[in-house]
Write a protein that binds this ligand. Sequence first.
Ligand code: ARG
Length: 499
Amino acid sequence: MSVISRMAKAISRQKQWVCSAVAALVLPLIMTGCDSKDESQQPTYVVAMEATFPPYEFYKGGEIAGIDVDILKEIGRRKGVNFKLEDMAFDSIITAVQTGKVDLVVSGLTVTQDRQRMVDFTRPYSGARQVLIAPKNAPIYSKEDLAKLRLGVQHGSSGDVFVTENIREPERFTNGALAVSAMNAGKLDAVVLDNAPAENHVAGSPELTIQPTALVEEEYAMAVRKGNTALLNMLNAALIDLEADGTLKAIIDRHMRENKPENAQVADTAFGRLIDDFKTDFIKNDRWKYLAEGFLVTIEIAVAAALVGIALGFLIAVIRSTADLTGRLKVLDWLCRLYLTVVRGTPVVVQLLIIYFVIFGAVDISKVLVAIVAFGLNSGAYVAEIIRSGIMSVDRGQMEAGRSLGLSYGTTMRSVVLPQALKNVLPALGNEFIVLLKETSICGYIALQDLTKGGDIIRSQTYDAFLPLLGVALIYLTMVVLLSHLLKKFELHLKKNER
Ligand code: ARG
């Protein structure tokens, strides 16, 4: 039996399975893609926030909660509008509102002159200050002392700007909680952060304290795209209302009172602490669900992107080899090479951000879909070259033999060359899938809650870096080991059928 007919048989056996898998993957996508319209027909505004900023916005039982969320709920109720929350990297939120990706930012956002040039701010709704978190046994630092210390900040925050311009180059973390865990691990001397989240963090880490003098006073406001006066006026009117009847103050006061993380460690043996950490990291508040749900998202993206990559890679490989072998398809070949150069010449995280913010900038499209497109396009380039090298490795005589038997170029390619090529490159293809699977861990950049981001969220709540990272690593490792095992089996299966 020829290799191809064996493959065809194997494939048709798998077909049903493949079909249902594809349907399972694609249907939810289409459904999330076309965003269910609100029954009440109220206008919906998309809000950007970075949700590791207690008590303003943070994850609580899988949902985003906090002062900002409650204020929005109240505005929505009074003005008859809906707000859809988008958690994203803090250093992206101003871009998001400028490009129209979101309608407004509500994220404990400080009014600064630089930002005023980019976006329009509402009236302030809360005061704040930048404070210094340091170990309890540290001296009270002066500004001169600070210039000699290792300082941590949240990347892109007003604290970051203040430290950079007035003190020294800081170490920048994606959120304040990560900076605090870095300090707990002895990697920083102090962290500059907004007072309210700082108090929350200090309450969760007994060895830390907030130093008495604030570095700078600030005000928080909401931000909209420049010139969006309709939305700005609506928000301002609502804020005036909330202020006048005391609702605003009530919301803030309530959250400030509750502003304490739930993990207070007591155990004194190392093992006891580990058990405690395990409970806070995974069991408490069902935090394991962040990993479980993230795992499913990772799988969904990786599998769908792999399928896109294979389809695309195949197509390109065939075009390029045909151009090489026959001198036809010159224009297509040129286009393919352009694509390969661009995709392989730029980092995948940059591609992901461009696709999200620029290409799909103005459309409301599911992030999972964005990730699949980005990783599929990226992987396609590598798959294309792998398959092409496979085609090139097949003896030219095979093509000639096929042709001299009277088969067309296409048929010979399809039934003689490609099956052999595929078999030769199976290990390299397997490798590509493993890389792809792990590469999806950068999805957090567009605030997709994949496995890695799930671990990040846990870390931002518990200030424990060790166990969540270990857990995430173990899950990836298990997936990769399983995948390698399956690939090996498939290879053996093809080999056995050869004899
Ligand atoms: N207030 C600071 C700023 O505007 C930090 C805000 C961080 N907010 C957040 N949700 N992570 O830059």
